[in-house]
Design a protein around this ligand. Structure first.
Ligand SMILES: Cc1cc2nc3c(=O)[nH]c(=O)nc-3n(C[C@H](O)[C@H](O)[C@H](O)COP(=O)(O)OP(=O)(O)OC[C@H]3O[C@@H](n4cnc5c(N)ncnc54)[C@H](O)[C@@H]3O)c2cc1C
Length: 409
């Protein structure tokens, strides 16, 4: 066959694409994943706040649903591993209520409905996202997990193959919006496997009632650690361990002043390709009502990180032994990018250098909900910025009429 693999792929876009395996009629051999793949100009991976924002802005900028108009000049599809709308919010613990979240930014052009502060965020946010999806009719396929993204050849402008647990997709670009929930940070300490009590990560936390009457070590210096210490210390004896002295902010945090300054620092680090850090390591902790309640109960007496685990407890930094029944690793999350490993995006520091939302070394990949956009407001803006960059990149193609709500018919 004449031409590069990418040229062949482009010609194959003229073929019917019903999402079923295509057979090569000359050999009757089962076609491989590339041949079977459906095509979208852009594939958005993940439909949490970041992915929904990207999808909304792609639609506004004239990208059509690849499900409705597979032969359109500029198309997109969204693949989401969750069975229902809500991104990671549908998995948060029940006691994380609208009153105790830091604040959830509106999805684009769709203000949040008023919600009572006592309503659990894992109910309120997925309901809001579900309503947004119904109104915008974004082309979301779920549950579909992306297993790997690979380059089809060494053409720097060639197609990417998105391998999933359902149909594979070929695409010119991806917007990765897979969040952090499925990649908890779990540090290793000597003797961890010998500990006879219960160990769990924030991700597995259900409620403080499970720890009633127990001795619980809470590890971590972030917002979740403080929230969970406050809850658990109402019913259990807690010990708080952090690697560094936690920093509480005494002054306020004005989005337009301190907020902008933090975003500038995180952006500079992302552009330099430094490995991601938690946002709280830039902002410090706030004296929220739950932090004050924990302090008043004596639960914020921080201890230096223990050095080892033993069957009945932990060995403190000063050598003494503290018996505990459970260890809650409130040690945060990291970007869940395992499916991008075949693209070898990471540098020698373990980070990925960005230019805006685009990976500096791989312009076909945008990362959103990542680095400076790891918040609901950041995710929203990053989705818009990625869509704008992609609209510019594919502007040579004849643009279909702008539509604000991609139909799924
Ligand atoms: C405990 C906790 C509390 C937080 N509280 C706040 C707060 O109060 N305010 C705030 O602004 N921010 C908060 N954040 C941060 C905030 O949740 C996120 O930054 C924001 O919601 C952006 O979400 P996202 O779209 O990047 O990711 P997510 O909401 O995690 O969505 C990612 C989506 O990608 C899908 N996905 C993952 N992997 C794959 C794959 N391989 N294939 C297909 N789909 C995949 C997932 O199923 C999921 O639906 C909090 C974070 C945590 C962990």
């Amino acid at each position: 066959m004449v031409g590069s693999r990418t040229q062949r792929m482009r010609r194959m876009r003229e073929w019917p694409r019903e999402g079923r395996a295509v057979r090569d009629t000359r050999t009757d051999a089962p076609a491989d994943a590339e041949n079977a793949a459906r095509f979208a100009t852009v594939v958005v991976i993940g439909a949490g706040q970041a992915g929904l924002s990207a999808g909304y802005h792609l639609a506004r900028r004239g990208f059509a649903s690849a499900l409705d108009a597979p032969d359109g000049a500029r198309t997109f599809v969204m693949l989401d591993a969750n069975p229902a709308p809500g991104g990671a919010w549908q998995h948060r613990w029940a006691s994380l209520r609208m009153a105790t979240v830091n604040g959830i930014f509106d999805l684009p052009d769709h203000p949040k409905p008023a919600t009572a502060p006592e309503v659990s965020s894992r109910d309120a946010v997925p309901a809001y996202f579900g309503e947004f999806e119904r109104e915008t009719r974004l082309p979301i396929l779920r549950p579909v997990t992306v297993r790997a993204v690979t380059r089809l050849d060494d053409d720097a402008d060639g197609d990417l193959l998105v391998d999933t647990d359902a149909d594979p997709w070929r695409t010119r670009a991806i917007v990765n919006a897979t969040g952090t929930w499925n990649a908890p940070r779990l540090p290793r300490y000597p003797g961890q496997e010998t500990f006879a009590g219960r160990q769990l990560h924030t991700r597995d936390y259900v409620s403080a009632a499970e720890f009633a009457g127990q001795r619980v070590a809470v590890v971590g210096g972030g917002i979740s650690a403080v929230q969970l210490l406050e809850e658990i210390s109402r019913v259990a004896a807690t010990h708080w361990y952090t690697r560094r002295e936690p920093v509480f902010r005494d002054g306020g945090f004005r989005p337009e002043v301190e907020g902008r300054e933090v975003i500038a620092r995180v952006t500079a680090d992302a552009e330099a390709g430094l490995p991601g850090r938690s946002i709280v390591s830039y902002t410090g902790l706030a004296w929220t009502p739950y932090a004050v309640a924990a302090r008043e109960r004596g639960a914020l007496e921080r201890r230096p990180m223990f050095t080892a685990l033993e069957p009945g407890g932990v060995r403190e930094a000063d050598g003494t032994f503290t018996p505990v029944d459970a260890i809650l690793w409130a040690t945060g999350f990291q970007p869940d990018l395992r499916h991008l490993d075949p693209l070898t995006l990471r540098n020698e520091l373990g980070g990925i250098a960005l230019r805006g939302t685009r990976v500096a070394a791989e312009p076909r990949v945008h990362l959103i909900g990542y680095g400076p956009s790891q918040s609901t407001v950041g995710a929203n803006r990053a989705g818009r910025d990625a869509a704008r960059a992609l609209a510019q990149r594919f502007s040579a193609a004849p643009a279909p009429e702008t539509q604000t709500t991609p139909g799924r018919s």
